[in-house]
Write a protein that binds this ligand. Structure first.
Ligand code: ZN
Length: 499
């Protein structure tokens, strides 16, 4: 399989975010060399032909939000970069964006180097890194510049929750957003009010509520919506683009939709879980079942939330989909068996995102195949400046391609998934939309249910700052919307003496 570097995908329907058309796709040396009807490669020897008739040929998914082997709450998430990217390609995702997260007081560059050293030898598909800003100083400001100019990082994430661990305050948000703006980077936020969560958690525990339901009750929707609004207000004053990660509630989604209708440059990322399951699981009688769903912000008990978020994705109020894949096994979750605040936060998604969204979004009739491509890869590639290298099937684009069967079904289960974790929050879900073949960097890495990917096959993809999709509007507004002082004659009258 490894020597295979010429592939002809024959007879499929190529689906991009703006159009679909019948065509063959010819791949050589990791890139798309040609697209057209009845393609005949000049040298047919050694060309592997894959039949895609009756199937869709789509850009490989881009998951904008994963945490593989993430050190968190005294543990490390169980899917590492190898297992996590194996699961990704098995589900039709060919690129992941993970987060390098320094502790407060620690170097951002060291965190970036550490995550690179973990990921580079292990990844089975391409990846890139967002870097978190968890504290503020002149050194942080300087390091953001080095990361943006020399390391290919054009997105920085700030936490408004996880008080005393990662949380930053409004003045630090203002400073970091301002720095992002100077560098042409995208500011990202985990939008929840960390102070209110800390108070709410104390209250729940004092009432004797120690189970996973307390995790949701201590941080209701308003806590997410308030922080989302605050982040938008700050980013708008700075005129910096904002990306709100893991949109979990109707309230928060409405805040984002409203801001976009006012013309603000803000993007919302619901995740596979918030688009398909709800927070009633926290009330499940089986503790381990309930705990498997604990993540922040939590899934919402309102059962109409997933479909609502999907509709906003369909109409453009929300922009992209990630997963926040951060998996902990049952025995890891059990650290919080007597206190929900000690349950490590996180759930799965990287393998099932594409199928779950096809089922709930496309099969259900909420969106079409082109919008599916937009929200699973193309828009993410545009925002994070990877387009059209990623997120599009075009001559010269990377050969990250999936042959997708829109009619086939599969049943999601922890028994058959490619994750290391022993649970799956989508357990038992029947999904139309199945990846038949996944091609990463021009190689078949998944076929007939079997992952062929080799650790280290994927590469780190550096990203340039000032993505056009995000920054053209920002820069034009700076040019035309400068604040100017009123020209007036100096006041010459009496001034009261205060001495
Ligand atoms: Zn996350």
């Amino acid at each position: 399989m490894d020597s295979q570097n010429k592939i002809l995908i024959r007879g499929g329907k190529v689906v991009n975010d703006d159009c679909s058309f019948l065509a063959d796709v010819y791949i050589e040396d990791g890139v798309v060399k040609d697209i057209g009807i009845n393609l005949r490669p000049a040298k047919p020897e050694g060309v592997r032909v894959l039949d895609a008739s009756g199937k869709l040929v789509i850009p490989g998914g881009i998951d904008t939000h994963t945490h593989f082997q993430f050190p968190f709450m005294g543990l490390v998430s169980i899917d590492d970069f190898h297992q996590g990217t194996k699961a990704a390609v098995a589900g039709g995702t060919t690129m992941i964006i993970d987060f390098a997260v320094p502790r407060k007081g620690c170097s951002l560059i060291e965190a970036y180097d550490t995550w690179r050293s973990w990921a580079d030898p292990k990844v089975c598909c391409d990846y890139t890194l967002h870097v978190a800003v968890t504290w503020w100083s002149d050194k942080v400001k300087e390091e953001m510049g080095v990361l943006a100019k020399e390391k290919g990082v054009n997105s920085f994430k700030m936490f408004m929750a996880y008080k005393d661990v990662y949380m930053v305050h409004d003045s630090e948000l203002y400073a970091s957003f301002s720095r992002c703006k100077e560098l042409g980077a995208i500011a990202m936020v985990h939008a929840e009010n960390g102070d209110l969560i800390a108070e709410g958690a104390k209250k729940m525990l004092s009432m004797g509520i120690t189970g996973p339901e307390g995790h949701e009750m201590c941080r209701p929707e308003e806590v997410e919506a308030e922080a989302t609004q605050r982040a938008i207000t700050i980013s708008s004053l700075v005129n910096c683009p904002l990306f709100v990660v893991h949109v979990m509630s109707k309230s928060s989604a409405k805040v984002i939709a409203h801001a976009r209708r006012e013309g603000k440059v803000v993007f919302g990322e619901p995740i596979a879980a918030s688009l398909s399951i709800d927070g009633t699981h926290y009330w499940h009688k089986d503790w381990s079942h309930a705990a498997a769903h604990v993540m922040g912000p939590p899934l919402r008990p309102d059962p109409s939330t997933p479909e609502y978020l999907m509709r906003l994705l369909a109409n453009g109020d929300l922009s992209v989909t990630g997963t926040d894949n951060c998996t902990f096994s049952t025995c890891q979750k059990a650290l919080g068996k007597d206190d929900f605040t000690k349950i490590p936060n996180g759930l799965n998604g990287v393998e099932d995102r594409m199928s779950v969204i096809w089922e709930k979004g496309v099969h259900s009739g909420i969106m079409d195949e082109n919008r599916f491509v937009a929200i699973t890869s193309a828009v993410a590639a545009k925002i994070f400046n990877l387009y059209p290298r990623k997120g599009r099937i075009a001559k010269g684009s990377d050969a990250d391609i999936v042959i997708w069967d829109p009619e086939a079904t599969r049943i999601i289960s922890a028994k058959t998934h490619h994750h290391a974790v022993n649970t799956n929050v989508f357990e038992g879900m029947i999904c139309h939309g199945v990846p038949l073949v996944t091609i990463s960097r021009g190689k078949v890495v998944f076929e007939k249910g079997i992952v062929h990917a080799i650790a280290g096959h994927g590469k780190y993809i550096p990203r340039e700052p000032f993505s056009d999709y995000v920054y053209k509007r920002i820069q034009q507004r700076d040019r035309v919307c400068q604040s100017v002082a009123v020209q007036r004659e100096p006041y010459k009258g009496e001034v009261i003496s205060t001495s």
